[in-house]
Design a binder for this molecule. Structure first.
Ligand SMILES: N[C@@H](CCC(=O)N[C@@H](CS)C(=O)NCC(=O)O)C(=O)O
Length: 209
């Protein structure tokens, strides 16, 4: 069985959503990112991945795959018939990779990561000033589209939906971009997305309690 190392509401949520959307069972291991320990046995998470970051997907053959863009495409390709990624070689596959990269670098690493991980000593001013321009790109793209790529849900939507969910706690009002707000509402109405969020929010509350 596949295994996913995750932290509640971190970027690994997109991988959980993808697993649930394709209907593939996995064993989930919660990670405490600040201490780099695995919750179940207090084990050393850096022993699982030297990157010390989630997601980590342990494949059936024991290999460990990291990086959301790779993990998400791997999960999508487990069940091609579910359409979570265009087939390799299809021009839309590159569009999918384009969006996975955009979310992972321009939104996640350039804005969400420093906002949640760094103390605000003034160095967050530039990422904060830039995020509006960044978000105007998917906002324009989604003004007349239901999904990022093609005409159905893909793992790029799982990745973007996760990132958009974190805007509010990061102090950004998504209402500035009506198309993004409507898109996020559509994504959050999907049964798999709802269930994945409910599971992780419950775990998050348990950690905070
Ligand atoms: N490039 C990686 C970034 C993964 C990442 O930064 N994950 C965060 C949670 S959203 C994390 O585990 N941070 C802990 C750390 O970097 O120490 C990806 O796209 O998967």
């Amino acid at each position: 069985m596949l295994q996913l190392y995750f932290s509640p509401m971190a970027c690994s949520l997109a991988s959980r959503i993808a697993l649930m959307e394709v209907g593939v069972d996995a064993r989930y291991h919660q990670v405490h990112l600040t201490t780099k320990t695995v919750a179940t046995d207090d084990g050393d998470f850096r022993g699982i991945s030297s990157k010390g970051a989630v997601p980590v997907l342990v494949l059936e053959n024991g290999e460990r795959l990291t990086e959301s863009a790779a993990v998400l495409q791997y999960i999508a390709d487990l069940k091609p018939e579910r359409g979570l990624a265009p087939a390799p070689g299809n021009a839309d596959r590159y569009r999918l990779q384009e969006w996975l990269s955009f979310v992972g670098t321009e939104i996640h690493k350039a804005f969400l990561f420093p906002t949640f991980w760094y103390e605000d000593d003034g160095s967050l001013a530039k990422p904060r000033a830039r995020i509006g321009q960044t978000l105007s790109v998917p906002a324009a793209h989604l003004a007349d589209r239901e999904f990022l790529v093609g005409s159905s849900f893909t793992v790029a939507d799982a990745h973007l939906a996760w990132a958009l969910m974190l805007l509010r706690p990061a102090g950004v009002d998504i209402a500035q971009w009506p198309s993004l707000k409507a898109y996020l509402q559509r994504m959050q109405a999907r049964p798999a997305v709802r269930e994945a969020i409910a599971t992780e929010m419950a775990l998050r509350k348990a950690v905070a309690a």
